[in-house]
Design a protein around this ligand. Sequence first.
Ligand SMILES: [Zn+2]
Ligand SMILES: [Zn+2]
Length: 534
Amino acid sequence: MACLELDGRILIIDVGLSFPSADMPGIDLVLPDFDYIRSNADRVEAIVLTHGHEDHIGALPYLLREIRDVPVYGTAFTLELLKGKLEEHKVEDRCELHLAVPGEGATAGPFVMRFLRVTHSIPDGMAVVIDTPYGAILHTGDFKIDQTPMDGKGTDLHGLAEEASGAGVHLLMSDSTNAEEAGYSLSERSVGPVIREIVENAPGIVVAACFSSHIHRIQQIVNAARANERVVAFLGRSMHNSVAAARRLGILDLDDRDVVLIEEVDRLDPGRVVVICTGSQGEPYSALSLMAARQHKWVKLGEGDTVVLSSSLIPGNEPAIHRVVDALYRSGAEVFHMPADAVHASGHAGQEELRLMLSLVRPRWFIPVHGERRHLQHHARLATEVGIPADHVLICEDGDVVTVGERVVKGERVQAGMTFVDGLGIGDVGGEVLRDRRKLAGDGVVVVVVTVDAHTGEVVAGPDIVNRGFVYDETSGDILEEARNRVMMSLEDSAEAHVVDQSALQQNVRRVLGRYFYEVTQRKPVILPVIMEV
Ligand SMILES: [Zn+2]
Ligand SMILES: [Zn+2]
């Protein structure tokens, strides 16, 4: 998510979300911190979306809880995917959707925009160009330069070069995801023949997992099925939504007679079926994970069956993906997956394409965007290699404010970072809650319940000690018994010293037990003293 400001107005480019990492127990989604937008809501002129991936549009329904009546620009497929999300969150009346047509432009307040088509792992991606008094700002969105795209609509190299002439591009912001990958990305078309051959040689059912928004990949799987006289069955909610959106727009060539319902699959000859599903990232309750665990209602895998994981291994997801792949092998099925099999082509530009983008656009200033710090760093190096002076390359992190004048300079910072969504996303899970969850997950919890006399502080009942996830009661009875004694002694000391204040008593219990537990177990459970007064 990026904010551009001109004449006091704000243009937001993309509003993406990310998924939790293993150190975020219980978190469902990670949103950008909207603090800055919240406090400048009246200045937001428009939102422009470069493409329909979750990390570019997924947080928009949440942002629309905070601002309303804002125009949103996006290409046909981006808006088609977005509509479903907005309806699901019941915020469809809080924005107006404007169709962005690559090769054309639009004006929103002081922002004069032009849209340029780019190829990516989803149809209808675009770069956005915004005029400023110093020259244009060009944001590539996510892109690769596929010379033979499935839909024949390549990255608009001519349009990019045109931007470089005249007033020129003052500042380029370009996708850094694959800045560490040498050479060129493979064309999407290279995947088709590989999948086709796999289907051709498969004796039983074929299950192909890929991203639901990757319509061109789905098309190639459908083509492979057709070529081998198989029908396809779609599986997974996002897969159904995305395929329906693509069919409404006529960008997925699929006939009704090519498709069967998943419920019908077990009545058919397995050798006549290809199942297309989600779950290629090892998501725990996805169809693919359930098949791997042999718990799927409709698809039971075994000897003779084939599974294709037609996607990349997104960094961070590897352990989960490998678990699923291992389990799939154990079921007896044949498995094709990256990097062992060429069943995927990346949607992001490799180093040569990034150099080409820089050379075509010839920006005076450059900010690598989209990627971890190391990707930005590698991309910055590529920029200096093609002749952009090192002091005209800025590496920025979330929250950095950059002032664009004759010179482009990094200034102060604004609040930015992550907001966690757990369940309904009522915004109550912050860093502190997460810290507690990590502690609970690591060393468990011990609850101490004791009743004391309100006046004297003497123990009337208890203490009772209950633990979850700290020690096993049956074998660690001694530890818990000694813990009881220590709490008793601590409370007796307090009573003698006439300490009756609740929080002081709790603190004492916590300190005494914390020290004792660490001494005998080297663990630090969360300790919750409950002191009742009578
Ligand atoms: Zn992205
Ligand atoms: Zn993307």
